[in-house]
Design a protein. Structure first.
Length: 164
């Protein structure tokens, strides 16, 4: 029996060594898998950071385009040109378009001339004054609407050309 026990002990020892070798192989495979996963996670993090940077750049670009569009619309784009041109044609004798463009002195001159014309309308000269100021407003409105957006902006908003 002792030899049977010895054989069983040897078999158990061999099984233990085999299990130990298998465990070591599995540990090595697990370590390789961990290293591979760690490497893949690093690659994923790099790609995610790159995508986030691309997104941030696109967001900045979109924000700048929006800001430029807003500045153009408020500061001298087509909307202001159309508004000023139409108001110059309709209410030009009162100088409304001059006030919108920031020409207060010229606006008050047109408004004062119109008021003076209405006051002196009982005399013949007053109606000519009102008609003359209205013609100036009409001509300026037509000039504003026929200019390109860029010319309008450069001439009347940057260059500050007050008349015609």
């Amino acid at each position: 029996m002792s030899e049977e026990n010895k054989d069983l002990g040897d078999k158990a020892e061999d099984a233990f060594d085999a299990a130990k070798d298998k465990a070591k192989d599995l540990g090595d495979k697990a370590e390789d898998a961990f290293d591979s996963a760690k490497e893949k996670a690093g690659e994923f993090a790099d790609k995610a950071e790159e995508k986030a940077n691309d997104f941030a750049d696109e967001a900045k670009k979109t924000a700048n385009e929006f800001s430029d569009g807003l500045n153009k619309a408020v500061g001298g784009g087509e909307n202001k040109k159309m508004l000023v041109g139409i108001l110059a044609i309709i209410l030009g004798q009162f100088g409304v378009h001059k006030f919108l463009l920031g020409y207060q002195k010229e606006g008050f001159i047109m408004l004062g001339a119109t008021i003076l014309g209405y006051i002196t309308a009982c005399f013949v000269i007053g109606s000519f004054i009102v008609m003359g100021v209205a013609i100036v407003g009409l001509v300026e409105g037509i000039i504003y609407l026929t200019k390109s957006d860029e010319d309008f902006y450069n001439t009347y908003q940057i260059g500050k050309k007050p008349w015609f």
